[in-house]
Design a protein around this ligand. Structure first.
Ligand code: PLP
Length: 622
C-alpha cells in the first residue's frame, strides 16, 4: 500500500486488505474488493477494459463538501448560507449528474451549464426549488431564451455574463419573452491561481468583465430600472488550484468587489467563488501540480472566513456563498481497470545466441570488449563508450557497411552492457546524471488493453498524473520496473510518468506476471476524462459497471453499461452501417464470382464482419 501511496491519495475511499487487494470504502462499514467485482464480470463473459463507478463515493463527496461549508458557517457564526453548484462539463454522464442531483437535494445543490446542450440537460433535472442553475459560457439568443424559459418554469436560473455585449442580448431577449432575468457577472480578478490552469485567472483571462465593464453593467441595468436583476458576482481563477494562499487572495478580491457593489446600491445575493478546489492525485500535499497543500475542510473554512472578514469590515450583509467544484466532486468515483496483456522490454530479450562470423566488423568486437571489461571503477566510461559505439553501429548499417547479422549481435551486446551497468548502479548511493534514464531505458513495457486517448486524455495532453496500482498481489513485493503502453497504433499511447511523494517517477514497480490475469487500476479519473476522451484508432467508450459496496466486503453490481460498438464509432465518422454492408456484399460477390471465395467462405466472411461491427472495440480473446 505504501509503495503505491494508497493511504496518501485515496482520501479514505480506497484501502489495501491484508491479503493484498484494493477495496473501495465509500463509508465506514461498507467496502467492496475491486478484483472480486472484475472477476464476477469476467465470469459473466464481460470484457475489459472496464470502468468501475461508485455512486456512494460520488454522493459522499457532495455531502462532504456541503457539510464542510455548513461546519465552517456554524463555527464562524457566518450569517449567510452555502449552495454548491456542479459544473456538468466536468462529467455529463447520466449516472454522475443524476447521483449528484439526488445527493444534492438535501443541500440545494445546483448545476452549471456552459452551453445550450448542457443547459437542456440541466433543465431536465428535478432539483431542489432553490438550487441554482448557473448559465456560464458565451451565449446566443437560443441559449438566453432557454435560460429564461427555465426561470419561467420556476427554476432558479442565473445567466452569468461572460462579456459586456451579452448584457444587450439578455435585455433584448428577456423583453421579447416578457421574463425578468436573474443576472450574474463573471468578474476578471486580478488574482491568479496556481498550477496548470494559472492562465484562467488574471487580467488576460479569456472570460469575464473587468472593473470598468462591471460598472457599465450596473449603470445600464440601473438605467433600465432592472438593477434588482443583478444577483450574483462570479469569479473563477482556474481548476486544480494547488496553493490555498492563491484561493484566499482571490476570494478576498472577489469579496471586496462584492462589498463595493453592495455599497453602491446593488442588492447582490450570491458570491460565486467558482471551481478550483483541487484533488491530491499524488498524495504529496504540496503545491506541485498533481497535488494541493490544503484539505477540503480547510478550503471551506478559508472561503467562509475570508468572505466574513471582508464583509464585517465593510459592514455589508454576508452573501450566500456559491462554489462550482467539479473536479473535487467527481474525481474519486471512477476507476479504470485495464488488463496487462503482454510484457516486452530489453531485459526480456533472448540472451545473445548469434555466433560471431569470421568477417565480423570491428565495431561489434569493440562492443564485446566493453561488455567483458565493465567494473565498478570504469562503468561510467564503458557506458559512454558503448552509447557512442551503438550510434556508430547504426550509422555503419545505414551506409551499407554493416550486415544485419552484425547489427543484431551489436544490439544484443549493447543490451547486455546496459543490464550489467544497471546492476552495478543499483547498489550505489547516488546515480550519476548521465545514467538517470537507465531504469527507464531498461524498464519493461507492460502492454495494457486500453486506449490512453479514449480513457485518460489528460495524461496524454497535459500530463495529468493518475495513481495506478495493481488490484491484487499488493502483499507481494513487486520486482519489475515498468512503463505502460496502450493498444493504439500511436507511440504517444504510453504512460511513463507516475506519482511519487517526492518527485515524479519514470517507472512503476509491478509484479512479474504469473500466468493469472493481472489487472491495473487507474484511480481518481472521474473528472474531465469521460468527456474529453477521443476515438483515436476508433477505440470507443469502455464497458462500465456501477458498483455499490455492502457490509462485510460484499458488493452489488447495480448496472452494467456496455461500451460503444465498432459500428457506432464508424458511423460517427460519417458512414452508415447499411452502406458498409452493401459495399462488403458487392465485393464478396465479385470475389466469389472470380473463384476466390467458396459460397461457405463468403457466408462465413459476412458473419465475421457482422460480429465485429457489433463487437467491443478492444481486444477480447486474450
Ligand atoms: N466553474 C468554471 C467557470 C469553470 O471554468 C470550471 C472549470 O475550469 C469550473 C467551475 C470547475 O472547476 P473545478 O473542476 O476545478 O472545480
Amino acid at each position: 500500500a505504501e509503495l503505491y501511496g494508497v493511504p496518501y491519495w485515496s482520501s479514505g475511499y480506497f484501502r489495501v486488505t491484508e491479503d493484498g487487494k484494493i477495496q473501495v470504502t465509500p463509508e465506514p462499514g461498507l467496502s467492496a474488493t475491486l478484483q472480486d467485482v472484475v472477476d464476477e464480470l469476467v465470469a459473466r463473459g464481460e470484457s475489459l477494459p472496464l470502468l468501475l463507478r461508485f455512486p456512494q463515493v460520488l454522493s459522499g463527496r457532495v455531502r462532504q463538501l456541503s457539510e464542510a461549508f455548513r461546519t465552517a458557517i456554524r463555527e464562524y457564526g457566518y450569517a449567510g448560507s452555502y449552495q454548491g453548484v456542479y459544473p456538468i462539463k466536468v462529467n455529463q454522464r447520466r449516472m454522475v449528474v443524476e447521483t449528484i442531483a439526488e445527493a444534492g437535494q438535501t443541500y440545494a445543490t445546483g448545476l452549471e451549464a456552459g452551453s445550450k446542450a448542457e443547459l437542456a440537460l440541466c433543465l431536465a433535472q428535478d432539483l431542489h426549488p432553490e438550487a441554482l442553475l448557473c448559465c456560464n459560457g458565451f451565449k446566443d439568443d437560443g441559449f438566453v431564451k432557454l435560460a429564461l424559459w427555465g426561470r419561467k418554469m420556476g427554476k432558479n436560473v442565473v445567466i452569468t455574463l461572460e462579456k459586456l455585449s451579452e448584457l444587450d442580448r439578455v435585455l433584448r431577449v428577456s423583453k421579447e419573452l416578457g421574463v425578468r432575468p436573474a443576472v450574474g457577472v463573471r468578474f476578471k480578478l486580478h488574482a491568479r491561481g496556481s498550477g496548470q490552469w494559472e492562465e484562467s485567472g488574471g487580467d488576460q483571462a479569456k472570460f469575464g468583465l473587468n472593473a470598468s465593464e462591471l460598472l457599465q453593467v450596473v449603470a445600464r441595468l440601473r438605467e433600465e430600472g432592472m438593477l434588482d436583476a443583478l444577483v450574483m458576482l462570479h469569479c473563477h481563477i482556474g481548476s486544480q488550484i494547488t496553493d490555498i494562499r492563491r484561493i484566499k487572495v482571490a476570494v478576498r478580491e472577489a469579496t471586496q468587489t462584492y462589498v463595493n457593489l453592495v455599497q453602491g446600491g446593488v442588492e447582490l445575493k450570491y458570491l460565486n467563488v467558482g471551481g478550483g478546489l483541487g484533488v491530491d492525485y499524488d498524495g504529496s500535499k504540496t503545491t506541485f501540480y498533481a497535488s494541493m497543500n490544503y484539505t477540503l475542510s480547510e478550503y471551506a473554512s478559508d472561503v467562509v472566513y475570508t468572505i466574513q472578514e471582508v464583509c464585517k469590515k465593510a459592514e455589508v450583509k454576508e452573501p450566500t456563498i456559491v462554489s462550482e467544484s467539479g473536479r473535487a466532486l467527481t474525481a474519486h468515483h471512477a476507476v479504470l481497470v485495464v488488463p496487462v496483456i503482454d510484457v516486452t522490454g530489453p531485459t526480456r530479450q533472448q540472451p545473445l545466441t548469434l555466433e560471431a562470423r569470421p568477417d565480423q566488423h570491428q565495431i561489434v568486437a569493440d562492443l564485446e570488449g566493453l561488455l567483458n571489461d565493465i567494473t565498478l571503477r570504469n562503468y561510467r566510461e564503458v557506458y559512454n563508450d558503448a552509447v557512442a559505439d551503438k550510434e556508430t553501429l547504426h550509422n555503419l548499417f545505414d551506409l551499407g557497411y554493416l550486415s544485419l547479422h552484425d547489427r543484431a549481435r551489436g544490439e544484443a551486446i549493447f543490451n547486455s552492457i546496459l543490464q550489467k551497468v544497471a546492476r552495478l548502479v543499483q547498489g550505489l548511493p547516488y546515480v550519476p546524471d548521465e545514467l538517470e534514464d537507465l531504469p527507464k531505458v531498461l524498464a519493461d513495457k507492460y502492454i495494457c488493453n486500453f486506449s490512453l486517448f479514449q480513457s485518460l486524455p489528460d495524461n496524454w495532453a497535459i500530463q495529468t498524473l493518475f495513481p495506478i496500482t495493481p488490484l491484487a498481489r499488493l502483499n507481494e513485493k513487486p520486482t519489475r520496473q515498468a512503463t505502460l503502453v496502450d493498444i493504439t497504433c500511436d507511440s504517444d499511447g504510453k504512460i511513463d510518468k507516475f506519482i511519487d511523494l517526492r518527485d515524479v517517477k519514470s517507472t512503476l514497480l509491478l509484479h512479474e506476471p504469473d500466468g493469472r490475469p493481472y489487472y491495473l487500476g487507474i484511480f481518481l479519473m472521474g473528472a474531465y476524462q469521460d468527456v474529453l476522451g477521443s476515438a483515436h484508432n476508433l477505440f470507443g467508450r469502455v464497458n462500465e459497471a456501477h458498483v455499490v459496496a455492502l457490509p462485510g466486503g460484499k458488493h452489488r453490481i447495480e448496472l452494467f453499461v456496455r461500451g460503444q460498438k465498432a459500428r457506432k464509432l464508424i458511423e460517427n465518422m460519417g458512414y452508415e452501417e447499411e452502406m458498409l454492408r452493401e459495399s462488403i456484399g458487392q465485393q464478396v460477390a465479385r470475389a466469389a464470382a472470380a473463384g476466390r471465395l467458396s459460397p461457405e467462405e463468403a457466408s462465413e466472411l459476412g458473419e465475421t464482419y457482422s460480429e465485429e461491427l457489433l463487437g467491443y472495440t478492444y481486444l477480447e480473446e486474450l
